[in-house]
Design a protein around this ligand. Structure first.
Ligand code: NAD
Length: 480
């Protein structure tokens, strides 16, 4: 049984924890490690180490900082399969899904490798006679990130490579449910010539997250998780004077027009709902067939749900793994019961599936005739439970979308350019797919939602990351 440590100031350091959380392999239900619930004191030690490293690191030439990320990328490639297996072991998603998430993680490191170009400022001669003006992007100090359970390798790398290449020092709190990928990645980072204190890892839960929000030595906080916690972190950390980006939960609408090419669309749509067992912030949650497309769309989704092979994601041929924990499985099953109670029509009942005995498996379900007043029609289920809400026309689909407080991602399936354009223009969500099931921006584009799915201004990765992690210094000069 691995008892996990923190990584502070270039050393693996035991946490001063009185509580430990069991980490499970969700496909087997076995305990595979224990996460220390570190204290505010541990956060303070990490911030002090990061603050001590900041003067030297921020003065290190960007090109040298970027080389550490080239080295990190190479190590991630060298250990790709091992890391993908680790993601599956601690999270449960299938090996292919883990590989995909790891590829996305590496792409963030690749974009950070271009830091020297992205960090360039700008200027203008003669803003008045013989007076020049320049803008330089400078690092801001100690930055921190708090991650969710659903992408153990990818989400932390939405932040770490960008913060570091910009010349900041960094403290990461991974999800206490899936801490192993980051333990491994920090071992790889140790081989990348980063001075002690540039990257630090503090394991734990709420106490660590709140200590990060409150610590006066931290200048910027990035958060990814549920809406309730995102709002709390945003309020608490901004109150403490920090720059904050907090990405929250989702309820993503997938609209299918009558002119959609269903043979091509439905496999993509089904993957959006059931991929990663529905534990994706960009997963389809409400399928909205428009007009006559309804019965065909619903029936095809049901057929896929019933044919998915559910099991241990490490085994070949498995389409869907378990959910993260026994607690989460019970929560998802609670939604299935609520849907029946609230009057939706259960057209695929995952509870009837024969599933592996050990592990936290949930069979895929589909509800039809779901309305916004039902809990399954407005709350984030975050599991393999699809809901179908048929509408008359596109306007009715927009009304449904506008009434929902979340606005993370949304997609339309259509062969009409006009409908697609209108959809992209009027959608509330800020990640929009046209004939795309999971509208996930690549690492060189900004990632993040709107409304209650995002609190802050600058989004994650892409150019926004270089803005979030730097301050702009304007120098106006005249030489006599
Ligand atoms: P969560 O909000 O429970 O936890 C996220 C992080 O916050 C964890 O590190 C956890 O330790 C910490 N935390 C939990 N409760 C806290 C509290 N009361 N105070 C301070 N910190 C606290 O989320 P989760 O269950 O780990 O992840 C799933 C959620 O994340 C879903 O809602 C999903 O939509 C969302 N998510 C959003 C995005 C996005 O891009 N918008 C991406 C991935 C996941």
């Amino acid at each position: 049984m691995e008892l996990l440590s923190n990584y502070i100031g270039g050393r693996w350091t035991p946490a001063s924890a009185t509580e430990w959380l069991d980490v499970h392999n969700p496909a087997r239900g076995e305990v595979i490690a224990r996460t220390p619930m570190s204290s505010a004191m541990n956060v303070d030690a990490a911030v002090q180490a990061a603050a001590a490293a900041f003067p030297g690191w921020s003065e290190t030439p960007p090109v040298v900082r970027a080389r550490t990320m080239f080295a990190f990328k190479q190590r991630l490639e060298d250990h790709f399969e091992e890391l993908a297996r680790l993601v599956t072991t601690e999270h449960g998603k299938t090996l292919d899904e883990s590989r995909g998430s790891l590829r996305r993680a590496i792409e963030c490191v690749e974009v950070a490798c271009g830091g020297p170009s992205m960090l360039m400022g700008y200027g203008l001669e003669n803003i008045a006679a013989n007076i020049d003006c320049t803008v330089m992007k400078q690092p801001i100090g100690v930055c921190a990130a708090i991650a969710p359970f659903n992408f153990p390798a990818m989400v932390p790398l939405w932040f770490l490579p960008f913060a570091v290449v910009c010349g900041n020092t960094f403290v990461l709190k991974p999800s206490e449910q899936v801490p192993l990928s980051m333990q491994r990645m920090f071992r790889l980072l140790e081989e990348c010539d980063l001075p002690p204190g540039v990257v630090n890892l503090v394991n734990g839960g709420k106490d660590v997250a709140e200590a990060i929000c409150d610590h006066p030595g931290i200048k910027a906080v990035s958060f990814v998780g549920s809406t309730t916690v995102a709002r709390h972190i945003y309020q608490r950390a901004t109150h403490a004077g920090k720059r904050v980006q907090a990405l929250g939960g989702a309820k993503n609408f997938i609209v299918v027009m009558p002119d959609a090419d269903l043979d091509r669309a439905m496999p993509i749509i089904s993957e959006s709902f059931f991929g990663c067992a529905g534990e994706r912030c960009l997963a389809g949650s409400i399928l909205v067939p428009v007009g006559p497309s309804h019965p065909d769309v619903r029936d095809r989704l049901v057929a896929t749900a019933e044919s998915l092979k559910v099991g241990d994601g490490l085994e070949p041929g498995i389409d869907m793994g378990p959910v993260i924990s026994a607690r989460h499985r019970n929560r998802v099953l609670g939604y299935v019961e609520a849907g029946v109670r609230e009057g939706a029509t259960l057209v695929a009942d995952g509870r009837k599936r024969s599933l592996p005995k050990s592990g936290f498996f949930v069979g895929p379900s589909v509800f039809d005739q779901v309305s916004a007043s039902m809990s399954i029609g407005h709350e984030e289920i975050f599991g393999p439970v699809a809901t179908v809400a048929p509408v008359k026309d596109l306007d009715e689909a927009f009304r449904m979308m506008y009434a929902h407080p979340n606005a993370n991602a949304t997609s339309i399936f259509t062969s009409s350019g006009k409908a697609a354009r209108e959809f992209a223009h009027r959608a509330t969500a800020s990640m929009v797919g046209v004939n795309i099931g999971v509208a996930a921006p690549m690492s060189y584009f900004p990632f993040g939602g709107a409304r209650d799915s995002f609190f802050g201004d600058l989004k994650v990765h892409g150019r926004d990351a270089f803005e979030f992690y730097t301050d702009k210094k304007v120098t106006i000069s005249r030489w006599f």
